[in-house]
Design a protein around this ligand. Structure first.
Ligand code: T3D
Length: 272
């Protein structure tokens, strides 16, 4: 696998490295546990948009530098303060930054893996939960920190939490703001897997590599179908499955998957 780190200042808010077909985006404000500033938002969204538009990219990994994954909003970022010095318009910040970010992650044409290397708090926790897979180091933790500062979960938290772990646990996590260790997060089904700290990036890249060899378009449609089915009745979900299979069945990747199976060879998928 060839690695290439894009030339950026060492203190750029997001670092970008290509590992073959995988783009690794590293949140890079370690002194404040990679909390979000306006500049970090802009860079991350631009990098995700670039990855989405680049047909060479078949998986994205998001991780953090230093001991944290992301501590959510940088509570001291002057960019987030009200221009007139009054109370900040937190809703506008969420609308301007967190909603586009969450929507972007959830609509990527390729799988997105969060490699959670340390604490993930507030919108940082929910950014991870927006991803298709959350792999967390054993030493990592998840905190719905919002209640401690008088807010509700954002960056998709209100939608994601009850769907991932049920209402009782979602409410417990959101109301207490307690720290949830990665192993417990795995046990309750909040995340995909907890791995040894030192193995985190290797495991994340292995998973990404496996996904790179799979039919990206069908994987993205699988995500969309599962999300859509949550608000459908059984019959509607069956109809949606038929509609999607109708589309996918006409694509290159289906013909290639079947041909490869019959020829007992590895498939070469390319649809986006
Ligand atoms: O505009 C809007 O606000 C809308 C958007 C809202 C979305 C949100 O994400 S709201 C939730 C914001 N996040 C938080 O409330 C989490 C705040 N951080 C913490 O509670 C703790 O830092 C942690 C539990 C995450 C980790 O604790 P610990 O003891 O391991 O580390 P620490 O010492 O608290 O933090 C290390 C440094 O990072 C420290 O700076 P220092 O003292 O070494 O100079 C700390 O101030 C800084 N830091 C951590 N989180 C943030 C932060 N600085 C700014 N903003 C942060 N969110």
């Amino acid at each position: 696998m060839s690695d290439a780190t894009e030339a950026r200042a060492a203190d750029a808010p997001v670092l970008k490295t290509a590992h073959g077909d995988i783009t690794v985006l590293t949140l890079n404000r370690p002194a404040s546990l990679n909390s979000f500033t306006g500049a970090m938002h802009q860079r991350l969204l631009a990098d995700l948009n670039d990855a989405a538009a680049n047909p060479q990219v078949r998986a994205v990994v998001i991780t953090g530098s230093g001991r944290g994954f992301c501590a959510g909003q940088d509570l001291s970022d002057p960019d987030m303060a009200a221009a007139d010095g009054g109370a900040p318009d937190v809703g506008a910040v969420v609308e301007r930054h967190y909603k586009p970010l969450a929507m972007r992650v959830r609509s990527m044409p390729v799988p997105v893996i969060a490699a959670v290397n340390g604490v993930a708090a507030g919108a940082g926790a929910n950014l991870a939960l927006c991803c298709d897979f959350v792999l967390a180091a054993r030493g990592a933790s998840f905190i719905q920190a919002f209640s401690k500062i008088g807010l509700v979960p954002d960056c998709g938290g209100t939608w994601l939490l009850p769907r991932l772990v049920g209402r009782a646990r979602a409410l417990g996590l959101a109301m207490t703001g307690d720290k949830l260790p990665a192993e417990e997060a795995e046990r309750m089904g909040l995340i995909w897997r907890c791995v040894d700290d030192a193995a985190l990036m290797d495991r994340a890249l292995e998973l990404a590599q496996k996904l790179c060899a799979m039919p990206s378009h069908a994987l993205a449609q699988t995500r969309a179908a599962l999300d859509a089915a949550l608000v459908m009745d059984f019959g509607e979900a069956l109809s949606e499955e038929a509609r999607l299979q109708g589309q996918l069945g006409r694509k290159h990747d289906f013909a290639e998957g079947v041909a490869a199976f019959l020829a007992k060879r590895a498939p070469s998928f390319k649809d986006r």
